[in-house]
Design a protein around this ligand. Structure first.
Ligand code: BGP
Length: 486
């Protein structure tokens, strides 16, 4: 039995403000945590993805001081801020039905604790949504994509401070009301489970303040759960027909061997991510929470109303990023040289190839992941990110033969089709980086994902000229054939 993609399947591509917009100090925008994030290019390349480290107050100050050797030029982006009409026209030429993007919190509330929004910021996104609408492309909008205002991190301590809920809900309510007739799909937090990996850009934890980092991560996550639920409440008040989804980074984890210890360890590690969708999709903390937090010496500070708020506003759909899978061993010390990519904490799976940045490529894992998530939640699923970061070569005559990216995407799309045949309700797919942007974890421009090449290097230099890669026409055909011609 073979099914096709649903007629109304939402094909498209994804970006994030802090990686695509540039113009990080234009239009009244304030600094976000990602604008000052310092990347240490001296680390070994295979550890570059693992750079989502903590930041100290000293580093944050240095990163903003143009006279400091550690001054980190603000995130370059690729100047979507001024190129949005050209870029959206290219997305429309590929036939996009949906475009996943994020609103930079610091364009709307530059410091984060203001009472009134920045009109220039609101007007920019009005222009973007109107351009998308002109081309019949549905926006799917994240509210916080590693872009929390830096001021909230340094002056309030980030999400460990319950005040962040009030500030976030003010931001969310402002944009829900402003764009209630232009946006139907909202995602409060990008990769909300990644508070584990990179506390600085996820919850705004600055090193000196939080000697007990696990406590800070899960307390911050608890406040984000409340904020996400209150965001749904606010959104429905503005647009009762809107759909609110949660979003996690989903890495399929598999036991390295049939050793029962590996199997149990894999369940526990996978739960560290599913914990976030359990809370947001079901509306309550799962039974294993007490043991999981006790093992981390975490004691959450909650308020009496928290439980009911979370229960009253579960999400309508689940979205997730999928790039890789990882093997898990309870005894890694016995696996000489098998340690995998540091961000995954996993063990290299000998059955899988590895990308240039150490991410293990597992298309069949996407079918497994889709079935796991649908079996667990029975809610519509949306693949919000999937793609291959690679160094693309620009040849004579503006030719970029990214056949490796076409085969990566083809192999994953085939598995989405398998999952649909398995009965999984998946309603959309936005491949990551529909246009080249800077890498979130390494700040590199050279780690390219797009169907559209941008002439810009790791230091932000270049003409920013847009050039169609070979994958541009390939994906245009995938969409035109609704996934039949791959
Ligand atoms: C996800 C982020 C995206 C994007 C993607 C690719 O975790 O949500 O913003 O960055 O990873 O990763 P990278 O850019 O680090 O190669």
């Amino acid at each position: 039995m073979k099914t096709t993609f649903p007629e109304n399947f939402l094909w498209g591509g994804a970006t994030a403000a802090m990686q695509v917009e540039g113009a990080s100090d234009v239009g009244g925008k304030g600094l976000s945590v990602s604008d000052v994030y310092i990347f240490d290019e001296n680390m070994p390349k295979e550890q570059w993805t693992d750079q989502w480290h903590m930041m100290t107050h000293k580093q944050v100050e240095e990163a903003q001081d143009p006279h400091s050797p550690k001054y980190y030029p603000k995130r370059h982006g690729v100047d979507f801020y001024h190129h949005y009409k050209e870029d959206i026209a290219l997305f429309a030429e590929m036939g996009f039905k949906v475009y996943r993007m994020s609103i930079a919190w610091t364009r709307i509330f530059p410091k984060g604790d203001e009472l009134e929004p920045n009109e220039e910021g609101l007007a920019f996104y009005d222009r973007v949504f109107d351009e998308l609408n002109k081309h019949g492309i549905e926006p799917l909008v994240s509210l916080s994509h590693y872009e929390m205002p830096l001021y909230l991190a340094t002056e309030y301590g980030g999400w460990v401070n319950r005040k962040l809920i009030e500030f976030y809900v003010r931001f969310a309510s402002t944009v829900f009301e402003r764009y209630k007739d232009k946006v139907k799909y909202w995602v409060p937090f990008n990769e909300i489970n990644c508070v584990k990996h990179h506390p600085f850009v996820s919850v705004g934890v600055v090193e000196e303040n939080h000697p007990h980092i696990e406590q800070a991560k899960y307390q911050g996550a608890h406040h984000q759960f409340i904020a996400s639920a209150l965001a749904k409440k606010a959104c429905l008040e503005s647009n009762p027909n809107a759909k609110i989804g949660c979003m996690i980074s989903y890495q399929l984890l598999v036991p390295y061997s049939c050793d029962p210890d590996d199997i149990q360890k894999t369940v526990e590690k996978q739960r560290e991510s599913l914990f976030f969708t359990d809370v947001l999709a079901r509306g309550y903390y799962p039974g294993y929470t007490a043991r999981m937090l006790a093992d981390k010496n975490v004691v959450l500070e909650t308020e009496a109303s928290d439980e009911q708020i979370i229960r009253d506003y579960p999400v309508d759909f689940i979205s997730f990023s999928y790039y890789m899978s990882s093997a898990v061993s309870a005894h890694p010390e016995n696996l000489e040289g098998a340690v995998g990519n540091l961000i995954t904490g996993g063990i290299k799976n000998p059955y899988l190839p590895t990308s240039d940045w150490g991410w293990q490529i597992d298309p069949k894992g996407l079918r497994t992941a889709l079935n796991q998530l649908f079996d667990r939640y029975q809610k519509p699923l949306f693949i919000a990110e999937n793609g291959l970061g690679a160094v693309d070569e620009l040849k004579e005559g503006d030719v970029i033969n990214d056949d490796y990216r076409i085969s990566y995407l083809r192999d994953h799309i085939l598995q989405i089709k398998e999952a649909i045949t398995d009965g999984v309700d998946v309603f959309g797919y936005t491949s990551w980086g529909c246009i080249d942007m800077i890498s979130a974890s390494t700040s590199q421009m050279s780690k390219r994902y797009g169907y559209i090449y941008v002439d810009q290097d790791d230091l932000g230099r270049g003409s920013k000229r847009r050039i169609k890669k070979k994958s541009f026409d390939w994906y245009k055909n995938v969409i035109a054939s609704n996934g039949e011609q791959l």
